[in-house]
Design a protein around this ligand. Structure first.
Ligand code: ATP
Ligand code: MG
Length: 336
């Protein structure tokens, strides 16, 4: 079938908030998969700086962390020629579609989001409307680009489900405007948990520094954090219900080495948690070494970072405007 037009590659979109340096949770749940997906799909990856202000940010820090996160995406091996790598606030269509979608989202459905409940508890002095409408902005991020797949960690599943509902509702009223996105959750690493409280997810904005390992942590720091990880008193490396700490370390080890849980159990048969923790830390150090080296190089090259940002914004904007125009026309806004 030589003369057939090539099928359009499926489109993938994912963003990460510049609230802190990413953790190994973000890395195994998102960043590592992004790199793999960028080989096979038509991808957009971005820094969700608009989302970050749902929690109060210090202006200079927000600016610094957004730039660092962008550099880290490049260091992670995303090719800005191939994928569209961009800063969310550089593409105003996100805020514009976000507003429109607010008007197609019910108060009741947004109230059910567990992230809203969690973050309102954590930031009781600043339960702003943006925190509440976070999922409609996330829906805009995804729907603007007619994304087919959204690689997310298990924590974002509920938001994606809401995005699908909003898109189906909108399409039901106005005809086929939005592609209905599917979640893309990696098998392992779908959820990495805190090293200090292994029943809750590892989160980059967790104020306890011992709870998470950042992708830019120095090797001796990584070793120290794993050595003090909370486990249990059984002293046997096996994956089982109720052994959240060990299960989490086994997941991390498996993400680094590709080994199955049974293999890991055999490897550490008869050995204590001390040996296992050292092995996990060493595997993580080796996994992160190339990303860290590349980051050190890129972060000093401001001209290159700015050039990549401008190119990403331009390409993303062009795609986003198409969807926004279509949407506004359908709703009934007067076009000039
Ligand atoms: P924050 O506390 O600022 O919300 P976060 O660690 O939850 O930080 P996000 O920027 O919200 O990070 O999410 C970025 C990506 O990382 C998302 O795709 C999310 O699903 C994924 N992710 C976040 N935490 C984990 C985790 N513990 N395990 C696996 N994936 C995760
Ligand atoms: Mg989060």
């Amino acid at each position: 079938m030589e003369n057939q037009a090539p099928e359009r590659k499926k489109r993938v979109l994912s963003l990460i908030q510049p609230t802190a340096v990413p953790t190994i949770g973000n890395y195994f749940g998102a960043l590592k998969n992004w790199k793999a997906m960028s080989e096979d799909y038509d991808c957009l990856f971005g820094v969700a700086d608009l989302h970050a202000i749902t929690v109060r940010q210090e202006p200079a820090m927000l600016r610094k962390q957004s730039t660092e996160m962008f550099a880290l995406l490049l260091a992670n091996g995303l090719d800005p020629e191939k994928s569209i790598v961009f800063m969310q606030s550089h593409v105003p269509q996100h805020s514009q579609l976000g507003w429109l979608l607010n008007c197609y989202t019910q108060f009741g459905e947004a109230s059910r989001m567990t992230q809203f409940k969690d973050k309102s508890q954590k930031h009781a002095d600043n339960i702003n409307v943006g925190l509440f409408s976070y999922p409609t902005l996330m829906a805009a991020d995804i729907l603007l680009y007619q994304s087919d797949f959204v690689p997310i960690g298990a924590d974002q599943k509920q938001h994606l489900e809401l995005t699908r509902n909003i898109a189906e509702r909108f399409n039901g009223i106005y005809g086929n405007v939005f592609t209905i996105p599917e979640p893309f959750i990696g098998k392992k690493g779908a959820k990495i948990t805190s090293l200090q409280d292994p029943t809750s997810k590892m989160s980059k904005s967790d104020p306890n520094p011992k709870a998470s390992v950042s992708v830019l942590d120095e090797p001796n720091m990584i070793m120290k954090k794993f050595k003090s990880a909370v486990t249990d008193s059984e002293a046997c490396v096996r994956y089982a219900d109720g052994k959240d700490g060990i299960n989490n370390l086994m997941t991390i080890y498996s993400c680094c080495t590709g080994k199955a849980y049974e293999e890991i159990e055999k490897e550490f048969d008869g050995k204590g948690y001390g040996d296992f923790k050292v092995a996990v830390a060493e595997a993580v150090i080796a996994e992160l070494a190339p990303v860290q080296a590349e980051y050190k190089r890129i972060i000093t090259d401001t001209a290159y970072i700015n050039e990549c940002m401008a190119k990403g914004a331009e390409r993303a904007s062009r795609l986003a405007q198409r969807t926004l125009d279509k949407c506004m026309k359908k709703i009934g806004f007067k076009q000039i």
